[in-house]
Design a binder for this molecule. Sequence first.
Ligand code: 6PG
Length: 491
Amino acid sequence: MGKNLALNLADHGYRVAGFDLDKDKVQDVLATEAKERPDSVDEARIIGCDNIKQMLDMLVSPRVIVVLVPAGDPVDAVCQNLIEAGLNPEDIVVDCGNSQWTDTIRRESQYKDQFKFFGTAVSGGEVGARFGPSLMPGGDADSWKYLQPMWEAVAAKVDANGKPIETRTPGQPVKEGEPCTAYLGPNGAGHYVKMVHNGIEYADMQLICEAYHLLRSLLGYEPAEIGKLFEKWNQGVLNSYLVEISADILQQYDAKTGAPLVDMILDSAGQKGTGRWTSISATQMGVPAGIISESVYARALSTLTAEREKASSFLTADIDFSEIDADAVVQAIENALYCAKICAYAQGFQLMRAAQAEYNWELNFIGIAKIWRGGCIIRASFLQKIADAFEKNHELENLLLDDYFANAMAEKQKGLRDAVVLAAQSGIPTPSFYSALAYFDGYRSEVLPANLLQAQRDYFGAHTYERIDAEPGEKFHTHWQEEGRPETKVK
Ligand code: 6PG
């Protein structure tokens, strides 16, 4: 990532001095630069340094130091090294890792006397870093003014219709178009938004996997057939980078065995933690983000490989599998994927709304949707619709309350219901589809059984309840064990 961002900066006319504890990595950047731009090596666009002090001495003030190290303690270790090497209070240290937003808030205040700590979360993987990532900056507004031209230059670009302008040619960066970066707010705002991006990414990926699992298990489709189908879906409302790469993956064969490559990959998913943080943050703030949480749990369940193997011969499913019409099932799954995706994004944006109140940020939801249209892992044409929804109503509480998305759910929800029924009847686990449908039905319900729940809480713990015929906030308690069950108003 560091190497590619350095090459990207150089492509846009910035001179970069780089340092890595691993000297080979520095040499690798220089070798790539020499190979990609043999005619311009004399320009020394990228200079490899032997130590941090040498690197700092090469920079003009205020110095911008872009840090790309794993999140957590390594970021603080780098900050300490930079302080020891002589940083000044006007210098700007930009953390481009997947840092936890609370760490970014803490670091900004901890290091304020020594330098300005600024967060910029980066999405798009290695290719994104090289040719245009989505950048989610958060920190003090003065530092942003200084960083803005640089980040706007290297970020991915989209055209007037919101479509990514792709490039893969070193030395010929995209200069026109709208950059996929925008100032998101002070301290941890950028890293928080990136964390939610990743929570949505987990949901998006899991939903695609569930669609694949249904197509394979219900209809017996081969991976390559599903890949072809995904290619078709990618031409419509589901158009996205994740559907595109899934289509490609499913059409690959293992060089060693000739089997579909996906079949040779162990079904045990890893995770670095950002999806889990999103789920924890939603739980802490009481925001319903069940699809994101289910996607985290699905990865966790997948890792119980040995237990699942044992359980597969021990636990039986009482399956009611009736005749199905393949074309109708394919259509239902496509619609299910779209509806569940809408619900997952609704949860992610609802979570960010809660976070802005919690942390006193003013998140620009139009801007967030726009900077996710290109460069990042969840880039999708769908994000233009989300930007449009917030353009129409800046105070939109939930994407499901926007006409476009409400109509899409009205038109396509039968697919989600059918997919969930088929999955349940045939014993195929699709937790995120289930969760999406439950969220949709819960959100559109004027009445939920939480009245009984409140009564239960009051019964065993005198936790009180509100009455529908009293003023909001007035609390009541029924003396459930006493004769006549008297009710008292609680002060
Ligand atoms: C991105 C990705 C990137 C990375 C995540 C996912 O936006 O470029 O989200 O940040 O792939 O760390 O990691 P896990 O799936 O391992 O949690």
